[in-house]
Design a protein around this ligand. Sequence first.
Ligand SMILES: CC(C)(COP(=O)(O)OP(=O)(O)OC[C@H]1O[C@@H](n2cnc3c(N)ncnc32)[C@H](O)[C@@H]1OP(=O)(O)O)[C@@H](O)C(=O)NCCC(=O)NCCS
Length: 145
Amino acid sequence: MSELEHRNLGGEAWPFGFVAQGVGGEVPTAHWFVADADGPLVGHAVVSVAAEIAELQRISVDAEHRRTGLATRLLATIEDLAVELGADRVLLEVREDNDGARAFYAAAGYAVLDRRPRYYADGTAAEVMIKHLSEADRTSTAAPA
Ligand SMILES: CC(C)(COP(=O)(O)OP(=O)(O)OC[C@H]1O[C@@H](n2cnc3c(N)ncnc32)[C@H](O)[C@@H]1OP(=O)(O)O)[C@@H](O)C(=O)NCCC(=O)NCCS
């Protein structure tokens, strides 16, 4: 999991000890998911759910497995869990210069709520994005009819 963090999130990767605590269930509000593509781990996602707000903290897929729908499935799983736990919206921050991730979230129905200047350590701003979770709006994993 820590290697996935470093491969896909680079300078934003969490320290090993923090990942170990999270995976070990020591952070009660955090829920970790993986995509394994029938082999080694190739993606992961982390959501924190507290009361009516779910916060997507992580989502990543290895470069060679991107654009195959894996992140969409991870996100749909997270949204389902969020609703199950009583949340009615998902919030997230994304680097303003991360065009791929911003396009991914937009395709999944997330809208820009705000902008946080100098949010990241290198001075880059974050876009805050939101999605309200009604049954009709959730990211669907259903196969096309
Ligand atoms: C963002 C990320 C998680 C998307 O993962 P993915 O598995 O490739 O996403 P999906 O295959 O489910 O994409 C679903 C849709 O999102 C959009 N999308 C995804 N990546 C995109 C990109 N790089 N450029 C434009 N649109 C994109 C497309 O509409 C895509 O549908 P399509 O492939 O049929 O056109 C992946 O690129 C990644 O891990 N990036 C590095 C880590 C990162 O930036 N994480 C987010 C931090 S906030």
